[in-house]
Design a protein around this ligand. Structure first.
Ligand code: SF4
Length: 427
């Protein structure tokens, strides 16, 4: 039986609007795939280098940050992706490419590394219509994930993360991906699971913009309310993982803007060798690493370098301050006592992150991530990347209003025709 998570026992990540670990840059709207859960229309449109510089200046005006997630669309569709990576690096940030990987080869990756790339987040899941991988399961796709992880390792010095959108019918595969991450703990540094979300049409809510009712169907992330669940929670994803791995223990989180106990970003840090997971770091280690990094660098940490993550054994020296590390150290001693040759096995740190994007509460309030890391720039302002389409389509945010059944009878509401979003999913 999974243990219920009490957010007060976890470390609340100190990220805020103005002081964060990450910023989210979108240099292009073009993509070479059509993911079901995507948040952005696939348009053959790139920003110029001067527009990108001005986006980066806008981030810098409003927030301190460590890494820049270069997303899109797919960022490899931008003809000047090398120059973009170089620009981010020269401005003093860590460039991280958020890509589906389709347009990536070893030569391009080497060039991007030479331009300053520090990491990759590959979005791979079974609802992308990926050429050569159609009708494959999440488990089948581990073969592709491994190819990308090996490519990143061959170039070297790059953080390697995988994210996948979790749908009602793919939730059951999450533990298989967690197992894959363990099997390749030397190559895979972060796994991210993003619960599928959509603006539901024909459900319990109406959408208004500046006081006027609008049809939400043009939104890239709209979907018929009857189609599939759009309310999978982080707790549910963790419970699914704990069914297979009962010791799995998250350590830190971001709450919701409307509900402090929602687990919008839920991070788990585990420690292990390729053969055995030895334990899970507790909240104190994350608190220490974020605080020390901020003291030294002036902003919070995003994407620890692979060489730091490969120093798992040294981290055990911090066991006196962290209960999770203490129990990992005990497990390690037992593990060694059974076969001292295991001392030669390298120990790694790995993160598993679960993201629960925007939730609509019964009264229509939208519960966003409190301290949203994936904030982007629109019209000189910082805006949630997961809801940018509202600004693009209507020029303002949508207000969600529970419909008044005393005015509109349920049978009078027409069901919406099916509409599917395209391109990569948001984080
Ligand atoms: S963009 Fe949306 S889902 Fe992503 S971190 Fe921000 S609020 Fe959360």
């Amino acid at each position: 039986m999974p243990t219920p998570i009490d957010h007060r026992e976890l470390y609340r990540l100190p990220w805020s609007f103005s002081d964060n670990a990450i910023a989210w840059l979108e240099p292009t709207e073009k993509c070479n795939l059509s993911c079901e859960g995507c948040y952005r229309a696939n348009v053959d449109k790139h920003k110029s280098l001067s527009e990108i510089r001005s986006d980066l200046e806008c981030f810098a005006k409003f927030r301190s940050f460590d890494g820049v997630s270069i997303a899109g669309g797919d960022p490899l569709m931008h003809p000047q992706i090398g120059a973009i990576v170089r620009m981010v690096k020269e401005l003093g940030h860590k460039p991280i490419l958020n890509t589906n990987g389709l347009a990536l080869d070893l030569h391009t990756l080497r060039e991007l590394k030479a331009a300053g790339l520090e990491g990759l987040t590959f979005h791979i899941d079974s609802k992308q219509g990926r050429p050569g991988w159609k009708n494959k399961t999440e488990v089948d796709l581990n073969e592709l994930r491994l190819q990308y992880a090996e490519m990143a390792a061959e170039v070297g010095g790059l953080s390697c993360a995988f994210n996948s959108t979790v749908y009602e019918d793919t939730l059951r595969y999450v533990p298989d991906l967690v197992q894959f991450a363990h099997d390749h703990i030397d190559l895979v540094h972060v796994m991210v699971f993003i619960a599928y979300r959509a603006a539901l049409i024909g459900g319990e809510f109406d959408y208004y913009v500046q006081g006027k009712k609008v049809d939400a169907q043009p939104l890239q992330y709209s979907a018929p309310a009857t189609e599939q669940r759009a309310d999978i929670s982080s707790r549910e994803i963790v419970a699914t993982i704990q069914d297979r791995f009962p010791d799995f223990t998250p350590c830190s989180y971001l709450g919701g803007t409307e509900k402090p106990d929602s687990l919008k970003w839920l991070l788990t840090s585990r420690l292990g060798t390729k053969k055995k997971i030895l334990g899970y770091a507790g909240p104190k280690l994350m608190a220490l690493s974020q605080t020390l990094y901020h003291l030294v660098k002036g902003h919070y940490l995003a994407y620890a370098p692979p060489k730091v993550l490969a120093m798992g054994r040294s981290t055990l020296l911090l066991s006196p301050i962290d209960t999770g590390l203490r129990s990992a150290a005990t497990n390690y001693l037992k593990y060694l006592s059974r076969d001292p040759r295991r001392l030669a096995e390298r120990m790694y740190f790995q993160s598993i992150t679960v993201i629960q994007p925007a939730d609509v509460l019964p009264d229509g309030r939208v519960n966003m991530c409190d301290g949203c890391p994936d904030i982007t720039v629109h019209d000189g302002e910082l805006v949630w990347s997961c809801r940018l389409d509202e600004r693009l389509k209507y020029g303002a945010w949508c207000q969600v209003v529970p419909w008044d059944c005393s005015v509109t009878k349920p049978e009078a509401r027409k069901p919406a025709p099916a509409s599917r979003p395209t391109t990569v999913a948001p984080a």
